[in-house]
Design a protein around this ligand. Structure first.
Ligand SMILES: [Zn+2]
Ligand SMILES: [Zn+2]
Length: 117
């Protein structure tokens, strides 16, 4: 049983938290709008990201060099954080998948993907 004796909530706390809530709301709306409008579609598809991963707010990833294998061709991929990708660029492009999360890049599941034999 932990018992925290928390300080009285002050006007400054309300101001600080309100500012924080407003910025979260604006950030959320901006991201949602970008995902719907897809303003960088060409670049996004060149880099093989789905809309969700491409228009993402800052992620909280650990700062540690991370090597992972591409989940299709096993090429080793190097990342400077623990926020790694599922696929290498080549496999992602070839299969029309998001290299980051592995979803279909157009968010549509094809009847057959090239990687399926
Ligand atoms: Zn690959
Ligand atoms: Zn994705």
């Amino acid at each position: 049983m932990q018992n925290h004796n928390r300080s009285r909530w002050e006007r400054e706390d309300v101001e600080r938290k309100t500012q924080w809530a407003v910025s979260r709301m604006q950030e959320g709306a901006k991201i949602a709008l970008a995902r719907l409008m897809d303003p960088d579609k060409k670049k996004r598809l060149e880099e093989s990201y789905c809309v969700v991963c491409y228009y993402e707010g800052p992620t909280l990833a650990g700062q540690a060099m991370t090597d992972v294998n591409c989940r299709l061709c096993d090429t080793i991929l190097h990342f400077s954080s623990t926020d790694t990708h599922e696929l290498c660029q080549a496999c992602a492009i070839k299969n029309k998948l998001c290299k980051d999360c592995g979803a279909s890049v157009n968010l549509k599941v094809l009847r057959k993907f090239p990687f399926e034999k």
